[in-house]
Design a binder for this molecule. Sequence first.
Ligand code: AMP
Length: 200
Amino acid sequence: MGPATLLFRRHQRQGRRVLTDPAVGWVAAYIGIGSNLSNPVVQVKYALRELARLPESCLTACSALYRTLPVGPQDQPDFVNAAVSLNTRLGALDLLAALQDVEDVHGRLRNGTRWGPRTLDLDMLLYGDVVIDSPELRVPHPELARRAFVLAPLADIAPFDLCIPGQGLLTDLLAACSGDGIWRQGSPAGCEGLASLAES
Ligand code: AMP
């Protein structure tokens, strides 16, 4: 069952329709991807395919893959990180629900361990230039500006002059971050043709 179906079912259970917020129109959203369990490169590649199939959305760019040292507890495997951009007509909370459905498909356990190992972590880094500070969703993602493993993939795909609301230019934030513990691995094989991802 794909993420679109899961999203429809979740909303059906909650008595909601999948929302395309007509007031929102198309929004450029950036998603951070991370995995350090169960063959992380494969987890990330499958996640790319699922993100390419999200309803009311179009995957527009995909960063290189990065191998990164874990933040927090060190007794866990290295991470594979990447970022993608989407044009979406989903509202921010619907996009978050869709991302969580994709995480669930990848067997993501939610045991409350901060910085713990995970099969798949999808973070909404940016939702246009909107600032949201609610219990469920904070955008720009609160850790974005401090983490090279988020900023470096984002810089692969974002416009050079991208400004993170409330934080400043992406290029300045990246320059201020230590590049220790992060290694660029190149493009994920099969990600050269974004259109083909949705059909693969
Ligand atoms: P994590 O364990 O890092 O995946 O955090 C998951 C929790 O963070 C979920 O309960 C989300 O509702 C919440 N959250 C808040 N802001 C964001 C965001 N920008 N992207 C993803 N999850 C978020």
